[in-house]
Design a protein around this ligand. Structure first.
Ligand SMILES: C[S@@+](CC[C@H](N)C(=O)[O-])C[C@H]1O[C@@H](n2cnc3c(N)ncnc32)[C@H](O)[C@@H]1O
Length: 406
């Protein structure tokens, strides 16, 4: 269907199911699939989309046959993501046919989502992305084990496609009236919000970046509401925030990365080069004080904040771990409790250790980039995405490494 016609049909379809759509439309954006565009100038504080509860799909609106399999225990091990995927993979209802026809195809999903990539390419993902992929693989495996025996006609490929469609486009949801203590973990609080799921992600707020408009999303017992927090010119794309995510997270969970300058939440994880420096004893000491792992360089752009200090980029956890490497544990504990003495000569040693850790990470990034360039596996766009991510990491490592040597 041609773009404008599809856009009109989607608006009419959602409106006929109770959605209120004001001044916006679904629109194709190069490299992003569908997104949402302002059709006219929008005022600050305008509610431009309301999706009623009757249109959303959750574990509570699953069809009877799936609910029955849950109550008889046949599907007891499936996650909510897995159950919604099962419904989507088997759905041929007329009511949702138009919305279903707009979902990314199997081919597009295979292209963008690392879960579908060849193992040789997956193995070259940056360490935090690879760790996320391993978790995703085991969640999918658990869900597939729960459903595969019951639905012999369902293929793993079709199920994985539906499973990823659900995980990339659901919103946080808890049923009205649910007590806080009964609220399950966030992973289990999911709703498909048709039309609301056309918004692409931005990591910047409308105030920090007026060219990118990030909406406020609110949900209540009546449904989901999307509201502008700044004036929007006609023709601008409207975004929501999927959360404060690094590019490694966006790559594995959503199949895209943002340019480094557009992702204030990006970070380079240093665990892969800091943890191997620590002895078993030192790891225990760090664990006891809740400082084991999660060492990062925060996103810092070249030219930005020239006067900024190293401590704004290198997280405090990293310096705590590196300090332990250059002082007796007892002294380190005292420093943790009452503050480290920056005049004691240790910051210099910490900087040397940090410089060495960054150098080994730079080597790892360069080796990964060479290996990706020599790979025959995977498609050119998959290799390009990985190359772009490693390039971002390398640039960040080089900037910080250069700064600490000054
Ligand atoms: C909730 S859907 C958004 C609508 C989607 N673009 C579509 O065509 O249906 C999430 C998916 O959109 C894409 N996406 C979202 N934000 C993006 C962005 N800023 N840049 C590129 N792709 C993006 C990714 O493929 C992601 O998995």
């Amino acid at each position: 269907m041609e773009d404008e016609k599809l856009s009109g049909e989607l608006t009419r379809w959602a409106a006929s199911h109770g959605a209120k759509i004001k001044g916006i439309a679904a629109h194709k954006f190069p490299g992003k699939g569908l997104g949402v565009i302002a059709e006219r100038r929008l005022e600050a504080g305008e509610t431009i989309l309301e999706i009623p509860t009757s249109l959303i799909r959750t574990e509570f609106s699953l069809p009877k046959r799936i609910k029955k399999a849950i109550t008889t225990g046949d599907l007891h091990d499936g996650s909510v993501n897995g159950l919604l995927a099962l419904e989507l993979a088997q759905d041929n209802s007329k009511a949702y046919a138009l919305w279903r026809s707009t979902l990314p195809s199997l081919t597009d999903t295979k292209e963008s989502m690392p879960l579908f990539w060849p193992t040789s390419l997956q193995d070259l993902l940056p360490p935090p992305a690879l760790a996320l992929l391993r978790k995703q693989q085991s969640k999918l495996h658990r869900d597939w084990t729960a459903v595969s025996g019951l639905y012999p006609n369902l293929t793993l490929e079709a199920y994985t496609h539906a499973w990823l469609l659900i995980s990339t486009r659901t919103f946080y949801y808890t049923p009205p009236g649910q007590a806080a203590e009964d609220t399950p973990i966030a992973d289990e609080c999911l709703a498909i919000v048709p039309f609301g799921d056309y918004f692409n992600h931005s990591s910047s707020s409308s105030t920090s970046s007026p060219s990118s408009t990030t909406l406020k999303v609110n949900y209540s017992p009546t449904g989901y509401e999307f509201t502008t927090d700044a004036e929007v010119p006609a023709g601008a794309e409207l975004f929501i925030s999927y959360g404060s995510h690094t590019n490694d997270f966006l790559l594995v969970e959503y199949g895209f990365i943002l340019p480094a300058a557009e992702n204030a939440h990006d970070a380079v994880a240093l665990d892969a080069v800091v943890l191997p420096l620590l002895s078993a004893e030192q790891k225990k000491a760090l664990e006891r004080e809740n400082y084991l792992g999660n060492y990062v360089l925060n996103n810092h752009q070249e030219g930005e904040d020239e006067g900024g200090s190293e401590s704004e980029v290198v997280c405090y956890r990293t310096t705590v771990a590196l300090r332990l490497l250059c002082m007796p544990t007892r002294k380190w504990r005292r420093g943790l409790a009452s503050g480290f003495d920056d005049q004691d000569g240790f910051p210099g040693e910490v900087t040397v250790l940090l410089g060495n850790a960054l150098s080994s990470y730079i080597e790892m990034a360069e080796t990964s980039l060479t290996m990706i360039s020599q790979l025959d596996n995977g498609s050119a766009s998959q290799r390009d995405m990985m190359t772009r991510r490693w390039d971002q990491i390398l640039a960040q490592l080089m900037t910080v490494s250069h700064r600490i040597k000054l």
